[in-house]
Design a protein around this ligand. Structure first.
Ligand SMILES: [Zn+2]
Length: 453
C-alpha cells in the first residue's frame, strides 16, 4: 500500500536532514513537508508542494490524484513525529490497573500482584494486551517492549492490532517454574521471532537477579545464545535488591550478571535505579541497553535513577511506563516529561536531561534499547511508524521551541493519527484495528470474573 502524508511540519532537527528545495521549482520551500510511505517503510520526505488545479483556485499535491497513492492524508500543517516507543511494559497486567496502589515493590508483588496473576487466563491476557495496545495507539505509541506470561495471547493481540513489539516470556525459577518457562520462551521465539514481516521480535526475559538463581540466569543466557536473541531483564530496581546482591553475592545485580557471563551477549536492563558509577562503566563497556521508567519508580517509591550520569557516559537509553498496575497509564508523553523534570529537581540543575534528550529516548532510544534497527526516526528507508500531532491548541501557543513544546506542553490528547508499520491504526478519534466497544465489554467481563471490580 502506498500512502502520501501531505503538508505536515517536522521538528527542526528532522528538517535539517533533508534538502529543503522544492523538487518542482528548485526554490527554497515554505515550511511544510510531504512523506511518502511504501508498504511498511518511509519512501521519501520532501518539501510540500502544491500546484493549482485550475478554475476554483484549489490546489493539489503533485501525484496525489493520479492514482499513485492508495491513501492521501492531508496533514494541514500538523506536526509529524516518529511513533513513540514504550520499551518496557507488561501488557497482560493492564487488567490490574488500580489494583494494589500505594504499596512498595516487594509488598505490592507478594501481597497483591503475584496472587492475582496466578488467576489470569490466556483469555484475560489477550484482552488486557488489546486494552493496552488501544490505549497506546491513542497516545501515539507504535512500538512496545513486553515481558509477561501467556505470551501467545499477547503475540496474537500484537499481530492483529498492527503494533510493533519485542516480546519476552517472563522467567523466574523461584517456585520451580523455570524449566517450563524456558520451554515456553523457546516456543515463543520459534513461533513469533521476526514474524509479521519483522514487526514482531522476541527476547528472552529472565525477570530479575532477585527472582532467578545464578544457575537459572546462566541457563537463560545459554538459551538466548542458542536462539540468537537478546535478554530483557529488570536490574537494580530497589535498594533491597542491591542489599540482597551485596549480602548473597558480594556484588551489584549488574556485577552478578557480569560474573555469570550474561553480559557476553546483548542485554536490555529495565530500571537501573541503583546503578553505581562502576555499574555505569560496566554497562558502557558491555553495551547494556537501559530502559528508564521514572513513573513506575516514583509510584512504587523505588527511587530515582542516575539518568544524567548514564546519559553523560553515553549509554543507549529508552523510556518505559512499566505496567499499568504501577503507573497507572501507558502514556509515554508523561514519561518524557517526568524524565526531564525529576532529574532537574533531583540535581538542582535545570540543564540536565533537556527536552530534546527525552524526546530521543522516547523514540530512537527506545528502539535501540529493544535492539530494533531503523525504527524511531522519520527517514527514508526507516520503519513507517509515525504520528500526527495537533499542535494548534492553546497550550502550544506560542511555540518558540518546538521540541520543548512537545515535551513540556504537548500530551497524548494531541495525537490524532497513529501509523504503525505503514498502517493507520488510529485516526479521527477511533482505533481502526480494534473494536473498542467489544474490547471494553470483554475487559469488564474479565475484571468481574477476577473480582477486580
Ligand atoms: Zn517491569
Amino acid at each position: 500500500m502506498k500512502i502520501l502524508i501531505a503538508n505536515i511540519s517536522l521538528l527542526p532537527s528532522t528538517e535539517s536532514l533533508f534538502d529543503s528545495h522544492d523538487p518542482y521549482t528548485n526554490t527554497r520551500h515554505s515550511s511544510t513537508w510531504d512523506i511518502g510511505i511504501a508498504g511498511d517503510v518511509i519512501e521519501f520526505v520532501r518539501p510540500h508542494t502544491t500546484v493549482p488545479m485550475g478554475a476554483g483556485g484549489r490546489e493539489r499535491t503533485p501525484g496525489s490524484e493520479a492514482g499513485e497513492y492508495d491513501k492521501v492524508i492531508l496533514g494541514d500543517g500538523r506536526l509529524a513525529l516518529p511513533g513513540l516507543v514504550n520499551a518496557h511494559t507488561h501488557l497482560g497486567m493492564t487488567l490490574l490497573r488500580g489494583y494494589g496502589d500505594d504499596l512498595p515493590l516487594m509488598q505490592w508483588l507478594e501481597e497483591k500482584i503475584w496472587p492475582i496473576e496466578a488467576e489470569l487466563s490466556a483469555d484475560d491476557v489477550y484482552w488486557a494486551s488489546l486494552l493496552a495496545i488501544g490505549e497506546m495507539f491513542k497516545a501515539g505509541v507504535t512500538t512496545c517492549g513486553d515481558m509477561y506470561f501467556h505470551m501467545d495471547a499477547t503475540a496474537k493481540a500484537i499481530a492483529e492490532s498492527g503494533m510493533r513489539a519485542s516480546l519476552s516470556r517472563g522467567l523466574q525459577d523461584i517456585g520451580g517454574s523455570g524449566k517450563q518457562g524456558l520451554q515456553e520462551a523457546a516456543a515463543l521465539c520459534r513461533n513469533w521471532h521476526n514474524s509479521c514481516r519483522g514487526r514482531v521480535t522476541v527476547m528472552l526475559g529472565p525477570h530479575a537477579p532477585y527472582t532467578c538463581s545464578p544457575e537459572f540466569l546462566r541457563q537463560t543466557f545459554d538459551k538466548a545464545q542458542r536462539l540468537g536473541i537478546p535478554l530483557h531483564i529488570h536490574v537494580a530496581e530497589t535498594e533491597t535488591e542491591i542489599q540482597e546482591a551485596a549480602d548473597n553475592y558480594k556484588t551489584t545485580p549488574l556485577g552478578l550478571l557480569e560474573e555469570l557471563g550474561v553480559l557476553d551477549g546483548p542485554v536490555t536492563a529495565a530500571h537501573a535505579v541503583y546503578f553505581s558509577p562502576d555499574d555505569i562503566q560496566l554497562a558502557l563497556e558491555r553495551d547494556v541497553r537501559i530502559i528508564h521508567c521514572p513513573g513506575s519508580n516514583m509510584k512504587l517509591g523505588s527511587g530515582i535513577a542516575p539518568l544524567p550520569d548514564m546519559l553523560e557516559a553515553g549509554l543507549k537509553i529508552g523510556l518505559g511506563t512499566d505496567s499499568a498496575a504501577s503507573n497507572n497509564t501507558l502514556n509515554l508523553w508523561e514519561e518524557m516529561r517526568l524524565s526531564s523534570l525529576i532529574h532537574k529537581a533531583e540535581n538542582r540543575n535545570a540543564k540536565v536531561v533537556p527536552a530534546e534528550t527525552s524526546l530521543t529516548m522516547a523514540t530512537k532510544g527506545g528502539a535501540d534499547a529493544l535492539h530494533l534497527n531503523k525504527v524511531g526516526k522519520i527517514l527514508p528507508g526507516w520503519a513507517a511508524d509515525l504520528i500526527l500531532v495537533d499542535n494548534k491548541g492553546l497550550h502550544w501557543q506560542p511555540t518558540s521551541d518546538l521540541e520543548a513544546s512537545v515535551v513540556y506542553a504537548g500530551g497524548a490528547q494531541d495525537v490524532n493519527l497513529t501509523m504503525a508499520a505503514g498502517r493507520v491504526v488510529y485516526e479521527g478519534g477511533r482505533l481502526t484495528t480494534i473494536d473498542e466497544d467489544r474490547l471494553v465489554y470483554q475487559v469488564q467481563k474479565c475484571a468481574q470474573r477476577l473480582g477486580l471490580c
